[in-house]
Design a protein around this ligand. Structure first.
Ligand code: UDP
Length: 260
């Protein structure tokens, strides 16, 4: 039992109060959910891989001047993060048709879009995270027009960067979801990237055979989810060839070095 104060428990992560004011600890669980929580499973070791992959991607974004909530990864399952007030929207960026986009619009999966597009979803489990317009967002005060345009522009920059990063390791970035949060310093407000970027929140296809290396393996009962996530980590160069799934599951891999 943890003695830390729980701030929020979500489907795949838990937030605890952090060691300092304005910080949280983000804990990655092994829980997998899909279809608004109707399908559930525990996948041993998934949280460890998502923690590492998300840390890697957020660090790269921090380095290129896109501020994220990540301060540092502290162990196999946890990150120290800046506490933010989450904007209750999911920003979905799409490069290739898939998932609900294909279903809703009748566009076959795999169709290359002529340019990246962005969709907004209102984060609300009871309503099943509905697709919403800028006007819905404005009249409900979920975000200001300024926050929305800043987060949209940042999402597209992140997309450009991630397309290149994944392409270099033989992976197509089909689509992904981002979340942003507000943070105040003195009287100044900033909107920064929050949550995670991992195979749970992206569609990642192998360039050669379009093999799915993401959560669709769970959603569509394809099996081999851990192998796929491990493959992503290996290709990104953040999981040495030596380590294996058993070590990740038990969380004792000595190759899995904790960054200071
Ligand atoms: N996504 C997510 N969380 C959500 C909904 C979507 O991370 O609550 C991600 C999903 O993994 C995919 C992209 O956003 O990479 C687009 O998802 P889509 O709208 O096609 O819905 P899904 O098929 O995931 O229900």
């Amino acid at each position: 039992m943890s003695r830390r104060k729980l701030v929020y428990e979500g489907k795949a992560k838990i937030l605890y109060e952090g060691p300092d004011r304005g910080t949280y600890i983000q804990y990655f669980k092994d829980d997998a959910t899909a279809f608004n929580n109707q399908k559930k499973a525990i996948i041993d070791g998934k949280g460890v891989l998502n923690n590492r992959i998300s840390e890697f991607l957020f660090s790269q974004l921090n380095e290129m001047g896109i501020e994220t909530h990540l301060i540092k990864r502290v162990n196999m399952r946890e990150q120290l993060i800046k506490a933010v007030e989450i904007i209750p929207l999911e920003f979905v960026v799409r490069n290739i048709a898939a998932g609900t986009f294909s279903k809703r619009l009748g566009i076959p999966e795999g169709t290359q879009l002529k340019r990246p597009i962005i969709e907004y979803y209102f984060k609300n489990d009871e309503l099943g995270d509905p697709l919403v317009t800028e006007e819905h967002i404005d009249i409900n005060n979920w975000a200001t027009i300024d926050e929305l345009s800043l987060a949209t522009e940042t999402s597209l920059r992140i997309n450009d960067f991630l397309i290149g990063l994944f392409r270099a390791v033989g992976i197509k970035l089909v689509d992904f979801k981002l979340e942003f949060g507000r943070i105040w310093k003195d009287d100044e407000k900033r909107v920064i990237l929050a949550d995670e970027i991992s195979p749970d929140t992206c569609r990642l296809w192998d360039v050669k055979d379009e093999r799915k290396l993401d959560k669709d393996r769970f959603r569509r009962d394809l099996g081999g989810l851990m192998e796929a996530y491990q493959e992503v980590a290996k290709r990104l160069g953040i999981m040495p060839e030596g380590s294996n799934i058993k070590e990740i599951k038990s969380g004792i891999s000595k190759n899995f070095k904790i960054k200071k």
